[in-house]
Ligand binder design. Structure first.
Ligand code: PBG
Length: 333
């Protein structure tokens, strides 16, 4: 930094500012509040299994359980949740048509929550992986490829379906090209001009999503198949920035970097390249690594969770999706 001219020691003693908690607090550069935190929830039909083996302390909620849970987190100050459905296999299909059923579990849950709570913001994931027999985020066409343009039409219908049932923010997480534009146009055409689009714009093809896929019930459907023909290669930085900038251009209100902790450089790059809010998703694998490390006494649980979240904010994120959100809200209150 060119404006830094130091006369050196002893005029400079960095420790002067670290000597006591008053100055440490006074000069702290990053804050974390419940307003920044989104709590993700897995939802189920009541005859589906509630237990998630791969994610300690996370379960699937039926409607009644979710309503009770939401009342608790609102008390803690969390105002935004995102919901992910576990669809029974019998309702999955090659083209994921259950996603546009107005009586699917997401829509039913939306109606219930919106009726019960007037101070809750609900974010819905828009991708087909919960609904397809292939476990992929898009529709596989007769040539065996994930067809971009067919998929974005379906995602747009799906977004309108969610908006109609009370969804505040649609969050396309599929990484198809042009989906933000197509979704925005469909929402406008159907007079949902106030429905926000939070785009999972810089989403990497990461190893850290496995526990989530078990929770969603798409793991077995996907099998050994990879999402590398649509999610970004983790070696690529420019490409990740480009994807977010393109989505802003297409009409995204908020962009996202996912995963978070291993991708702090990307968060910072995007922060320096745009003026809109940035979300970061601390994904299921990051969550489980922290859980396992604390269980084995490699780290102190609470302190390490807080470090992980503060660092994501320091990198430049405004909003964090984290499975720790509820617990952190308890700590902060
Ligand atoms: C669906 C989706 C995924 C996650 C969020 N939305 C999984 C994937 O892309 O395979 C991962 C979240 C997590 O791991 O916590 N497209």
């Amino acid at each position: 930094m060119t404006y830094f001219k130091s006369k050196g020691f002893p005029y400079h003693r960095g420790r002067r500012l670290r000597n006591n908690s008053y100055t440490r607090e006074m000069i702290s550069e990053t804050s974390l509040s419940v307003n920044d935190l989104i709590m993700p929830y897995f939802i189920r039909d009541h005859n589906e299994d509630f237990e998630i083996l791969g994610m300690d302390g996370v379960k699937r909620y039926d409607e009644k359980e979710l309503v009770e849970e939401i009342a608790r987190i609102l008390d803690l100050g969390i105002k935004s949740i995102s919901i992910f459905p576990k669809i029974p296999d019998s309702k999955k299909s090659p083209d994921g048509s259950e996603s546009i059923n107005e009586n699917n579990i997401v829509c039913k849950t939306l109606r219930k929550l919106k009726k019960r709570f007037d101070n809750l913001q609900v974010i819905c994931d828009v991708a087909l992986d919960a609904y397809t027999t292939s476990g992929h985020d898009g529709i596989i066409d007769k040539n065996g490829v994930i067809n971009n343009d067919m998929t974005i039409e379906r995602l747009s219908e799906m977004s309108v379906n969610f908006a109609k049932n009370g969804c505040d923010i649609v969050a396309p997480s599929d990484m198809m090209d042009g989906r933000v534009k197509s979704i925005r146009e469909s929402l406008e055409k159907n007079r949902f001009s106030n429905t926000c689009i939070l785009s999972y714009s810089s989403k990497f093809c990461s190893n850290l999503y496995l526990p989530f896929r078990e929770a969603l019930g798409s793991k077995d459907n996907l099998g050994n198949s990879s999402k590398s023909s649509y999610q970004i290669d983790f070696r690529n930085r420019n490409e990740a920035i480009k994807e977010s900038l393109e989505d802003i251009h297409e009409g995204a209100d908020i962009v996202m970097v996912k995963p978070a902790g291993y991708y702090l450089d990307i968060i910072r790059d995007i922060r320096n390249s745009c003026l809109i809010p940035i979300a970061a998703y601390q994904v299921s694998g990051e969550y489980m690594m922290i859980k396992k490390a604390s269980e084995n006494n490699i780290v102190d649980y609470k302190e390490f969770v807080l470090e992980s979240l503060y660092c994501i904010k320091r990198a430049g994120a405004d909003i964090i999706f984290s499975y720790f959100s509820k617990e952190v809200a308890e700590w902060l209150s």
